[in-house]
Write a protein that binds this ligand. Structure first.
Ligand code: NI
Length: 227
């Protein structure tokens, strides 16, 4: 399941962050590429732990903690501190699968990557190419969102970033370990929760059917969640 989360950052917030990122010192993305990625990864990244990466990363995490759509879709248990990349001058990242377990730099914390996230900082008309292409059961989906929007997709999927032939594609990327590891179970919970949220304004707060559905949601979550 691929879920777009609009407006994680406001236009003002993303404009300010974009200005900071444009002036940042970028390093070769190969520095953090695994053996297989080395042959397909051509981009730049902010150094882990650099003041700007930490500041913007924390701002993103604060926003996500208060975003009901993100919580509903991801059911996050742990989030890897956001990293930042820049694709320009033909920069690209060929087809790959993200590593299953990520060690948070400078800590003993590990995060299992259930979901991958990309948060866009550049408007789509500011660069050519740079589509995030994700292979799923129904074929390849191509994603290029407005600045401030984020996409969540299964970390198990093959994905790539097409070459950026003009302009610069700036983005944050990170991984989420979900309380519900199984993608199918998580998708069912998301659909159920979204349906309950849509029904809630239409019926009385003590409506019996709504209460039962809410109970089903929580009882499934109790059955499937690992905390
Ligand atoms: Ni990836």
């Amino acid at each position: 399941m691929l879920i777009a989360i609009p407006g994680v950052l406001s236009k003002d917030e993303v404009r300010q962050a974009h200005g900071q990122l444009v002036q940042a010192e970028w390093e070769d993305g190969l520095k953090t590429a695994g053996t297989l990625a080395r042959s397909v990864k051509r981009n730049q990244q902010l150094a882990d732990g650099s003041p700007l990466a930490v500041e913007l990363g924390n701002a993103i995490l604060r926003k996500l903690a208060a975003n009901p759509l993100f919580i509903s879709a991801a059911l996050p248990a742990k989030i890897y501190p956001p990293k930042f990349n820049c694709y320009r001058d033909g920069g690209t990242y060929g087809a790959h699968v993200d590593s299953a377990v990520m060690q948070v730099p400078g800590s003993s914390v590990s995060v299992r990557s259930d979901l991958s996230a990309t948060l866009f900082f550049a408007e789509p008309d500011a660069y050519d190419g740079g589509e995030l292409e994700i292979e799923g059961p129904f074929g390849v989906q191509s994603v290029k969102l407005q600045a401030g929007d984020m996409v969540l997709y299964p970390s198990s999927s093959l994905h790539r970033v097409t070459p950026v032939t003009q302009g610069a594609r700036l983005a944050a990327f990170f991984w989420i370990q979900s309380m519900v590891a199984d993608e199918g179970e998580r998708a069912l919970l998301f659909d159920l929760d979204q349906s309950i949220q849509s029904l809630t304004p239409c019926v009385a707060a003590d409506d019996g059917a709504l209460l039962k559905l809410t109970g089903v949601y929580h009882n499934l979550l109790r059955r499937w969640a690992t905390v």
